[in-house]
Write a protein that binds this ligand. Structure first.
Ligand code: 13P
Ligand code: SF4
Length: 304
């Protein structure tokens, strides 16, 4: 990156008292200029705690919405307002109402990869790094898990004492990772451990030596004595894996591990958003209040 660009970003950040949050799936050069880089859970905690006036989010819409809901007095700006997660739109309010009517004691557990509107109808939110812990802590036995089917099934496998109702949402990036391709990668790299995100399908997770969130995968690879890893999640994670482990080798499974929404974020858009403080995340008070309760419950149950 040119020094001039970095100086501009640092100057604007100071002027606006802004903090830059970036997810591990955005391009490495964007991660490099962020103040905080992390998984969804870490970034939501930072958003809830920061004392900056402006939060500039380099990620997808649901992440910016969660930041705004947790820090309503702050100006939350998206680097690109069109960066959105398709999975966040894969469940409807009517479906939740229907299940609640059918199962009056059910707890609705909502993966953070969902719209603010959907969160208003949930009992608690979860991220991939805390889902097992949070669902385990719920008093309810029956769980309706939305929207991700694969994460829901992964959590259900860890908690046989609960009864799950699943929804049919999915992440197209993670379901594009095929079992056969992972087997081929293992044949090509027999010493490598397989590290997978729980949004992958069950037949891929069966091949994994470790299953966890993006932060979990990075921590595991960093602490491991092993030197080689097959990575079953989005390619953006290779940047931090490489930063932390310059001597280790990381292999992708195929060329489709690519979230084009996350890749919409560029340094030019970061500069533009810092200059204009637009586009802002705007949500009505009622939605924010109703969606805050399940997010706050997640932070409480996951142990801040
Ligand atoms: P993390 O919880 O690991 O940040 O995952 C978020 C996500 O969008 C996965 O596709
Ligand atoms: Fe959504 Fe999948 Fe992209 Fe994550 S990787 S933001 S779940 S589309």
């Amino acid at each position: 990156m040119e020094k001039e660009m970095l100086d501009t970003i640092n100057k604007l950040k100071k002027e606006k008292n802004a903090v830059i949050l970036a997810h591990y799936y955005v391009d490495g050069e964007v991660q490099a200029i962020a103040d905080y880089v992390g998984d969804s859970f870490y970034l939501s905690r930072i958003a809830a705690e920061t004392d900056a006036d402006v939060i500039l989010f380099c990620g997808v819409s649901f992440m910016g919405e969660s930041a705004k809901i947790l820090s309503p007095e702050k100006r939350v700006v998206m680097a690109d307002e069109l960066a959105d997660c398709p999975m966040a739109h894969m469940v409807e309010l009517e479906k939740i109402q229907e299940v609640r009517q059918q199962y009056p004691d059910v707890a609705v557990v909502c993966y953070v990869n969902s719209t603010a509107e959907i969160k208003t109808a949930a009992d608690v939110c979860v991220t991939s790094s805390n889902a097992v812990k949070v669902v385990k802590a719920l008093p309810a036995k029956q769980i309706f898990f939305v929207p991700d089917n694969n994460l829901g099934r992964y959590v259900a496998d860890q908690l046989p004492e609960k009864e799950f109702i699943f929804h049919d949402g999915f992440c197209h990036v993670h379901v594009s990772i095929q079992r056969e391709a992972v087997i081929k990668a293992k044949e090509a790299h027999p010493e490598a451990l397989v590290l997978a995100h729980p949004e992958c399908t069950q037949d891929v997770l069966e091949l994994a030596d470790y299953i966890g969130s993006t932060s979990g995968i990075i921590d595991y690879a960093t602490k491991s004595q092993n030197r080689e890893f097959i990575i079953c999640t989005e390619m953006g994670i290779f940047y931090e894996l490489g930063q932390k482990n310059p001597d280790k080798r990381f292999y992708a499974v195929g060329h489709r591990q690519f979230c084009h929404n996350m890749k919409r974020i560029t340094l030019d858009k970061v500069v533009n958003a810092l200059e204009t403080l637009e586009p802002q995340v705007l949500l009505d008070e009622k939605t924010m209040e109703a969606a805050r309760a399940p997010l706050a419950r997640m932070l409480e149950l996951a142990g801040k």
